[in-house]
Write a protein that binds this ligand. Sequence first.
Ligand code: ATP
Ligand code: MN
Ligand code: MN
Length: 294
Amino acid sequence: MAKAPTQDLKTSVQLTHPERIYWPDDGVSKQDLVDYYALAWPRMAPFVVDRPLALLRCPDGTKGPRFFQKHAWKGINPHIEEIVDPEDKDGEKLLRINDFDGLVALVQSAALEIHPWGTTTAHWEKPDMIIMDLDPGDDVAWSAVIAAAKEIKQRFQVLGLASFVKTSGGKGLHVVAPLKPKAAWPEVKAAAEAIADGMSADNPEKYLSVATKAKRTGHIFVDYLRNGRGNTAVASYSTRARSGTAVSMPLAWDELTDRTGPSSFTLKNAAPRLGERSADPWADFFEAAEPLKS
Ligand code: ATP
Ligand code: MN
Ligand code: MN
């Protein structure tokens, strides 16, 4: 599939103070963030467009106050659409973007992290992915996190599902299985929970499937809780509001080595991976989708 040359991406969104620094430790500005997203956009778009979004907004950059925001606010940029959750009871609107202008509007709004639902608004009740979030406690070796990701891949395979892996940009990895939107949230969450429970039952010395902070040390929490209705996980290619400018980077499975850690892929080193000549490790993501068997 031919992709539009990224350097031609135009935006009609007015960026105020493009020189404003968002990552002071790294000297990365608002304009730098727009430039990174312009490169990432062709690959990122299907993971952020038409999905309800939660945002981590940091108006003064990574060192200032931050708020995790699911709802529209007063004076919101018109390129960020306010949408109504069909199940909504309290009348608060959710957020959606439809194009690159929307993403630039998020940057202008100091959204340094973008956290979508695992579904699109075309089929709210039927997720199009399962996300397994591996949260290693202190003292867990990176090789153990990689082994856990590969075990999840095998368990998804048993269900007839393909697996794709990305760094979280924080401490762990996310293993994501694309779904044909057929099963509803409760069923999808139950499948994710069954994988986490299976892993902790088979190897209790390695894995936890309950979010007890006390036992985290030396264990990996297999966080299946990203898969409930209204829950979110950081988007592929989203930056994180942390020093170092790590992003949540989609990887090929053979890129998981002891040399690459959870935050080694950054806004600053991403460009060569995102060029048209560089293969997209998640190119087949949506084509590989299968329905969850009930
Ligand atoms: P790490 O590798 O450090 O675990 P992560 O993105 O996987 O990075 P988690 O703490 O495992 O982080 O996941 C938390 C998820 O919960 C986030 O991805 C986000 O989508 C969601 N979330 C819900 N409420 C909040 C909140 N108040 N602040 C931050 N995240 C929140
Ligand atoms: Mn995590
Ligand atoms: Mn988690």
